[in-house]
Write a protein that binds this ligand. Structure first.
Ligand code: NAD
Ligand code: IPM
Ligand code: MN
Length: 361
């Protein structure tokens, strides 16, 4: 079997606390299922590399990552010392773009035993996949401030969508919907107000959808779609969205399942030309850092997605993924729990409990 080379970047804040638990569980799964992992930890973060060198990563970061199969990423951001746009554009957003990780997969699921903030919902009512466009859209550095400092100050920031970029994420989302029992795809749109790019997105979805007559397509404006995430979550199966809409939906969705501390993500370059990146949806949470109370499940679940992707969903990798998800299910049903889910267990205790279950089988 091949050795998978993994770059582990804990980052800032609770990234440093959840990463050890993510790695603990990965190593437990690797041991049980006979996977070979070669993990290298890299201190590229606001509070490490940036504090010493004035930038988030060394200039030759790409060369340093050559030969790496995947990046396991905690979270970066320490706004007390480095402005957020500097730390994020110097790190995570660079990886997404330079490694063409154009798919951001963010599963949302209500687990057995987790109190749901929505009244009357049970597991199964919330179980959908957000497919977020991850390289273009509303996230650009295109624009500027004019007449700066005067009372006529103007700021412009462009959004950029390409046919190549939209079609490839739409195709991926249609394929994902096709592979699921309900075969239903929701497109997040806003073609009433954002009257150039969003009608265009609707048209691209219709065009790509011609190859998927077996998948039902529902276009919803982002405002009412957000309301339905709360009021009618059972309507959703796969949801495809532009970069910003997908970002917002992928915090809202997990919030309806009890905590954002569970939500994993897979930033994929499906062609495997570049390494893909696996990380929690959440950030560095400076407000709880240093207490060892962050929920490590998002990090641990992201590790499971990584093993599945590295092995193309086959054999030992799929088995390891399934064992980790099963251990997460068990811990969520029986405890221990971190404070975000009403418990008083530590980050470390959760990692140990999940790793123990994975190892024991
Ligand atoms: P955040 O996700 O870090 O925190 C939001 C809230 O959720 C906080 O109250 C936090 O305590 C709580 N929370 C987050 N993760 C949790 C966990 N695992 N367990 C328990 N509670 C958890 O979002 P924010 O406050 O907007 O951002 C803080 C910093 O993180 C900023 O610098 C931001 O730019 C950065 N950020 C980074 C990433 C990333 O690297 N992927 C993602 C989001 C935010
Ligand atoms: C996420 C994060 C990032 C994003 C930020 C930190 C730039 O919120 O991964 O969801 O907006 O993509
Ligand atoms: Mn986000």
């Amino acid at each position: 079997t091949p050795t998978f080379r993994i770059a582990a970047i804990p980052g800032d804040g609770i990234g440093k606390e959840v990463m050890p638990e993510g790695l603990r569980v990965l190593h437990a799964a690797a041991k049980r299922f006979g996977l070979a992992l070669d993990v290298r930890e890299i201190p590229w973060a606001s509070c490490d590399w940036h504090a010493q060198h004035g930038q988030m990563m060394p200039d030759d970061w790409k060369e340093q990552l050559s030969g790496v199969d995947a990046i396991f990423f905690g979270a970066v951001g320490w706004p007390a010392t480095v402005p957020d746009h500097v730390s994020l554009w110097g790190s995570l957003l660079k990886f997404r773009r330079q490694f063409d990780q154009y798919i951001n997969l963010r599963p949302v699921r209500l687990f057995e035993g987790v109190p749901c903030p929505l009244a009357g919902r049970k597991p199964g009512d919330i179980d959908y996949l957000v497919v977020r466009e991850n390289t273009e859209g509303e996230y650009t550095a295109l624009g500027g401030v004019m007449y700066e400092g005067t009372d006529r100050e103007i700021v412009i920031q462009e959004s950029v969508f390409s046919r190549h970029g939209a079609d490839r994420v739409l195709r991926f989302a249609f394929e994902a919907a096709r592979s699921r029992p309900r075969k239903h795809l929701t497109l997040a749109t806003k073609s009433n107000g954002i009257a150039i790019s969003m009608p265009w997105w609707d048209g691209r979805a219709d065009a790509v959808g011609r190859d998927f007559p077996d998948v039902s397509l529902d276009k919803q404006h982002i405002d009412i779609l957000s309301a339905r995430f709360v009021l009618q979550p059972q309507r959703f199966d796969v949801v495809v969205a532009s970069n910003l809409f997908g970002d917002i939906l992928s915090d809202l969705g997990p919030a309806t399942t009890g905590t954002i501390g569970l939500a994993p993500s897979a930033n994929l370059n499906p062609e495997r030309k570049f390494p893909s990146l696996f990380e929690p949806v959440h950030g560095s949470a400076p407000d709880i850092y240093g207490k060892n109370i962050a929920n490590p499940i998002a990090m641990i679940w992201s590790g499971a997605l990584m093993l599945d992707f590295l092995t193309e969903g086959q054999g030992a990798g799929r088995a390891a993924h399934d064992a980790i998800v099963k251990a997460i299910e068990t811990v969520l049903a029986q405890g221990p729990r971190t404070p975000d889910l009403g418990g008083n267990a530590s980050t470390t205790a959760l990692g140990q409990a999940i790793a123990g279950l994975v190892e024991a089988g």
